[in-house]
Design a protein around this ligand. Structure first.
Ligand code: SF4
Ligand code: SF4
Length: 368
C-alpha cells in the first residue's frame, strides 16, 4: 500500500478523514483509532481541541510512523503525513455536548434502554452498581435522550473559544482547524473569525462544517467573502445527518445530497462529505458520477470524512485490546498486539481504500 500526501489527496479527489469527534475524549481509543487509520492511509485525523486528546492522537501518529519507518527499512516505499485537525464552534452544536443524568432518579424497574442504545458504551454501571455516563466516551450523539421513559437525560454544551484553540495551533503542531457553524450565525462567525484569522497562515487547511438549511448557500457565500483571501485550502464539510453513519445504509443519502447542493452552488473550495458516511458512501458517489476524475475539484466530491461509523467498526477490536491488556497487565498499546493491529488496519483499510482506489482507477482510465 502507498500512503499519499494529504494535499495531493485533496487535489486528486481521494481525501479521507477520520473524525474522532469534537467531544470524544477516550484517550486509549483515540490513540488506537489514529494508529489504525493512519496505517490504512487516512489523510487527516480530526480530534477534540483538548491537549490530552491531541497528545493521545500524536502518540498514535508516532506509533504509526515507527511502524512505517520499519517497513521502509525493509525496502517498502511509503510516505506518510496525515494532518492533525481540531474543531471549534461559533455556538451551540450537537458535536460539542455531553449527556448526563442522575441515577438516583431512575425507577428501579427501568429496563435501561439508554445503556443499550449508546453506540459508545458510554452509559454503563460502575463497580458500586451506579449507572451513569462515562464522560470522556460520550460524543454527544443524543440517541439516549428520546429513549429514556422518564426524560431524565440532559445534555450540557460547550463552546471551544479562540483562546483555547490558538495555543494549540502555536504549540501542539495542529495543522488544520474546522469551524462548526450554522445558518444565521453571521455575527458569531465573524467574531470568531476576527479572533483566529491571525493564526490561519500557520495552518495547512481550513474546514467549515455546516448542516443543511433553506438559506445554506447564501450563508456559505457570506462566509466565503468574509474569509477570503485564504493562505491555505478550504474544505466545505457537508454535515448531512450528524453522527449517524453507524445507524444504517440510508444515512449516507443526506450527506451526498448536501454535498451536491454545495457543489452545484459553485462556491470555491473542496467539498467533503460527513454526517452519515459509511461503507455505502463511495459506491453511491461512484454510481452518481460524483467522483469523476475528468472533472475539476469544483465539480466533484473531493473527499469523505468518517466518524461514528469508523469508530464503531473498530470497537470490537478496541474492546479485545482493553481486555487483553488488562489480563496481561500491560500497556494499552495496539502495536504491542500484532494480531489485533493487523485486524484493525484491515478493517480501517476497508473504509479508506475504496475512495483511494476508485479515484486512482478513474485517473488511469482518463489517461489511457
Ligand atoms: S447515546 Fe450518545 S449522547 Fe448518549 S451517552 Fe451515548 S454517546 Fe453520549
Ligand atoms: S432510561 Fe432513563 S430512567 Fe432508565 S436507566 Fe436510563 S436514564 Fe435511568
Amino acid at each position: 500500500m502507498t500512503l499519499t500526501d494529504p494535499w495531493q489527496s485533496l487535489k486528486s479527489g481521494n481525501w479521507v478523514k477520520l473524525i474522532c469527534g469534537a467531544s470524544f475524549q477516550d484517550l486509549p481509543a483515540i490513540r488506537s483509532l489514529t494508529l489504525a487509520y493512519t496505517l490504512a492511509g487516512a489523510d487527516c485525523i480530526d480530534v477534540a481541541a483538548d491537549p490530552s486528546v491531541i497528545n493521545a492522537a500524536k502518540e498514535g501518529l508516532k506509533a504509526a510512523q515507527k511502524l512505517i519507518n520499519h517497513d521502509q527499512n525493509q525496502g517498502l516505499s511509503r510516505t506518510w503525513n496525515p494532518w492533525l485537525m481540531v474543531s471549534l464552534n461559533d455556538g451551540e452544536d450537537p458535536h460539542f455536548r455531553k449527556a448526563y443524568f442522575d441515577y438516583q432518579h431512575c425507577p428501579p424497574d427501568c429496563p435501561r434502554p439508554c445503556e443499550k442504545i449508546c453506540p459508545a458504551q458510554a452509559i454503563t454501571e460502575s463497580e458500586n452498581g451506579i449507572l451513569g455516563v462515562i464522560d470522556p466516551r460520550c460524543y454527544g450523539c443524543g440517541r439516549c435522550l428520546p429513549v429514556c421513559p422518564s426524560q431524565l437525560i440532559k445534555t450540557r454544551s460547550h463552546t471551544i473559544s479562540p483562546p483555547e484553540i490558538i495555543p494549540l495551533i502555536q504549540s501542539m503542531g495542529i495543522e488544520a482547524i474546522e469551524i462548526h457553524t450554522q445558518v444565521g450565525r453571521e455575527d458569531q462567525f465573524k467574531q470568531l473569525w476576527q479572533a483566529i484569522s491571525p493564526t490561519i497562515n500557520q495552518l495547512q487547511l481550513l474546514a467549515i462544517s455546516c448542516p443543511d438549511s433553506p438559506h445554506l448557500i447564501d450563508y456559505l457565500r457570506y462566509l466565503y467573502q468574509l474569509i477570503s483571501p485564504l493562505p491555505c485550502p478550504l474544505i466545505w464539510q457537508t454535515d448531512g445527518r450528524s453522527m449517524s453513519g453507524d445507524i444504517g445504509k440510508g444515512t449516507t443519502h443526506p450527506a451526498i445530497k448536501l454535498g451536491e447542493k454545495v457543489l452545484n452552488s459553485g462556491i470555491p473550495g473542496f467539498v467533503q462529505l460527513a454526517g452519515g458516511t459509511n461503507h455505502y458512501t463511495v459506491p453511491k458517489l461512484q454510481e452518481m458520477g460524483l467522483l469523476n476524475a475528468s472533472k475539476t475539484s469544483n465539480q466533484r466530491i473531493s473527499g469523505v470524512a468518517y466518524g461514528s461509523y469508523a469508530r464503531s467498526i473498530l470497537s470490537p477490536i478496541l474492546e479485545q485490546l482493553e481486555n487483553q491488556s488488562m489480563s496481561l497487565n500491560s500497556p494499552l498499546a495496539l502495536e504491542n498486539y500484532p494480531n489485533l493491529l493487523q485486524q484493525a488496519v484491515k478493517i480501517a483499510d476497508s473504509l479508506v481504500s475504496p475512495l483511494k482506489l476508485e479515484v486512482r482507477s478513474q485517473k488511469s482510465e482518463v489517461r489511457s
